[in-house]
Ligand binder design. Sequence first.
Ligand code: DOR
Ligand code: ZN
Length: 353
Amino acid sequence: MRQTITLRRPDDWHLHLRDGAMLNVVLPYSARQFARAIVMPNLQPPVTTAGHAVAYRNRILAALPPGAQFEPLMTAYLCDATEPSDIRRGYEERILAAVKLYPAGATTHSEHGVTSMARVARTLETMQELGMPLLLHGESTDPAVDIFDREAVFIEKTLQPLLRDFPRLKVVLEHITTEEAADFVAGERSGRLAATVTPQHLIFNRNALFMGGLRPHQYCLPVLKRERHRLALRRLATSGFERIFIGTDSAPHIRRLKEAACGCAGVFNAPVALESYLMVFEEESALDRFEGFASVNGARFYGLPLNEERITFERREASGPGEVQMPTGDSVKVFLDGAVLPWTLLDTAEDRS
Ligand code: DOR
Ligand code: ZN
């Protein structure tokens, strides 16, 4: 049985770092594990321009622990009023790595999102020309659509026409949760459609939302689905398929806002992200495919260099934190609630000693 695993330092291709006091608390967990992360722009107000992204990037860099090597890759929040020239400048000046599309009303802070694809067509044309990826929160916002069907309906009603109308646009279907999404991404032949998947959607099905009572800390969007979907996601992620990669969607909210009459969507998984994914790959007898998923596929899709640094996991059971404290006195619950995980990431300094 293997006792250590060494691989290129991974990247997180979908991360919510928030801002202010929360940023300071959550950032070190991601910076410890990942070399780079695609940072989501759904602040309040959202990061909609290259100028906003520069300012946010500077706040992230200022919040890094001393000595941390971590590169935030910034995204702009697409809205009906987005200026294609600003997106072009942001990409050409390496301020923006991608653009995020939230259908208006789909999730947390998405009220400024896109109301129709026609309104953003000029920006999408510019991105297609540049080879700049469009990141999709892929859920239908039609209130008549059942919440468990929103991803499948989005694929049919929005993603398929989008891929047809913009035949060279690079697209990432973020945090996929269904067999329909897994099959669609795997079957798309042109090579310009990829997906990310979260640890929670690989580890839990929707029963976890109601285990002995309502479990607000398991609630995220897209919501957890049935077992057959979880199994399909695990098969695709661990299959060696090259267009699926890590996107934790780590999305911290303080306990008070989750344990509420109308609780916020989001799972804070950053402290245990890599150990959770690694557990899944071991359970699926796919440890040899972990490096591709964690450290290679995403960089290749984005056209970025692979990380040269290596990290090592040791087969040593350890539990992550159950929650983390905020200086404000609030706390944030952590994914898996302090459960024991089979592998432990060695700190780079410990690793070298
Ligand atoms: O669960 C989620 N939380 N899904 C999202 O799309 C947004 C995120 C957040 O920002 O809290
Ligand atoms: Zn997200």
